[in-house]
Design a protein around this ligand. Structure first.
Ligand SMILES: Cc1cc2nc3c(=O)[nH]c(=O)nc-3n(C[C@H](O)[C@H](O)[C@H](O)COP(=O)(O)O)c2cc1C
Length: 178
């Protein structure tokens, strides 16, 4: 829709210019995923809760939906290369973690060693209200920070082409396609 209200909505969203995070996940069998995320927010003070919204198009969504924990890495203004990797490549075709230094947190979730500001969170609820992103409500398990930082923001990612458009949907697995 390109009516006035839609233009105003876009203008407001551009002006708030959110900080970007990389959300990671791993399944019990070791399959791992991660993508750049602009839709995220603290959602409770006590207990410490945090929501991330993952696109139904993304490989990360499919892995995260089968993971107990998520890693949420808060990017700094110096993290452009990392942001581009996680926001423009897709785990459907590439192992984005291949040459990165990693540790693992609760549930085996990958932690990116080059990021000093991160949370490991436990998934406690999922809200799919029919939009193109799904809300994962989580609770803080671990947190690490090197202090105050200048975030990498959505405006810094203007030239990125996402690995998946939000309207894309994966093909059904072969056994269901028939
Ligand atoms: C500026 C920007 C913001 C994005 N915000 C989100 C987001 O909030 N949630 C999400 O699931 N994907 C978001 N994406 C898209 C994914 O990061 C991107 O499609 C990624 O390549 C998907 O990788 P995957 O298929 O391995 O999960 C964003 C991408 C960009 C460039």
């Amino acid at each position: 829709m390109s009516d006035g209200a839609s233009r105003a909505f876009s203008s407001i969203m551009s002006s708030i210019d959110p900080a970007m995070v990389v959300v990671t996940a791993a399944m019990e069998d070791g399959e791992r995923a991660g993508c750049l995320v602009g839709f995220h927010a603290q959602s409770s003070i006590g207990p410490e809760r945090y929501c991330v919204w993952l696109s139904k198009a993304n490989y990360t969504y499919r892995v995260a939906a089968n993971s107990s924990h998520l890693g949420i890495h808060f990017l700094t203004a110096d993290d452009r290369v990392l942001a581009e990797r996680f926001g423009t490549l897709t785990g459907d075709a590439t192992d984005k973690f291949a040459d990165l230094e990693l540790t693992s947190g609760a549930g085996g979730v990958p932690i990116l060693q080059s990021c000093p500001h991160w949370l490991v969170v436990k998934r406690i609820a999922t809200l799919d209200e029919g939009g193109d992103h799904v809300c994962m409500v989580t609770e803080r398990v671990e947190a690490h920070s090197a202090g105050a930082f200048i975030p990498f923001r959505v405006s810094h990612a203007e030239e990125f082409t996402p690995g998946h458009e939000s309207t894309a949907r994966p093909l059904p697995p072969t056994e269901r396609a028939g």
